[in-house]
Design a protein. Sequence first.
Length: 361
Amino acid sequence: MVKTLKIVKVSDQAIQVLTGLASQLPGVVITVRSVAGDQLTGQLISGAVEHTLTCRVLLDASPRQVRARAHELRHAIESSASRHVPVLFAPYFSLQSQALCRELGVGYVDCVGNTWLAVDHCLIVSQTASKPAVVKRQLKSLFKPKSAAVLKALVSQPGKHWRVAELAHISGASLGLVSKVRQGLLEREWACASTNGLRLSAPDALLDQWQSSHQPVAGKRLVFYTTWHGTSLERKLRSCIESAPTGAAICLASFSAAQWIAPYARTGNQYLYVNEQGLEHLTTSLDLSPSLNGGVFVTLLENQDLFRDIFLPLDGMRCTGIVQTYLDLSLAGERGQEAAAFLRQKVLNGNTDSRTGSICG
């Protein structure tokens, strides 16, 4: 019943948007003649040529749903002798779903202003960067720390087939959360499923969206000064991390981690993530003192799940995982974005054998 009411509501929106669209196009008239559930039929007149408008309404325009409904729509009209304009309507079409519609030869119209209609030799196109709040919430939920731990495992071995239980074990997430992440990936066609398990099918598309949605990790940011510099500071940091007592978590982050994963541009600063015990040990070991100008930038993390995904370049050294390092660099200004692009090319795209890291509980 709830779904039926939603379809009726979105179908009403479709009628308003489609007829409103025609009012903005000289020489084009759109009339909706019948509505049956999620199916709208009508007439589209362009100049002196009449076409049958055949529209399907989607509540969710995920790529998976778009592909299925587009094929249904094309099949329904292919045996007709009439001039048809096949259209999908939804509250919102992502860039990926828009590209898929164009690829399949089906028009699309949504509530935020994205339109693509091919009518004879005429192409009606409009594009907007706006996203509904619900879409933003869905993406934000997919990339939250608990969910991100599942994604990191998948990205670390993009060719591997994973079982839900295996992903839950390595990521520390519940079976229910892993199942939700799995469904989100399948709906967006970033992953595919078979009898062998779940496998990423579009890791680049996933990383692109993840990067654009990424926010700085939550925590208290502290700035310190130390008398140690250059290689002496690096040796001191390694000794500090290696001698950290049980319960003290310390790892290099951002540019500092990238130096051990995919060196690109050196910086005189050091960046670290710590927990409370790790902060105490780090402060003592490096003789740190608070500073406005810094040299050592430390984030005391709110969520320590990040320490489950650690890259170990050599004994005694701990860095944020490869994906986390990439995401953090992408927020570090132009220089950081360049370093992130280099890391992605050299490591995440599999151009070197530096992909391997260790997951530490």
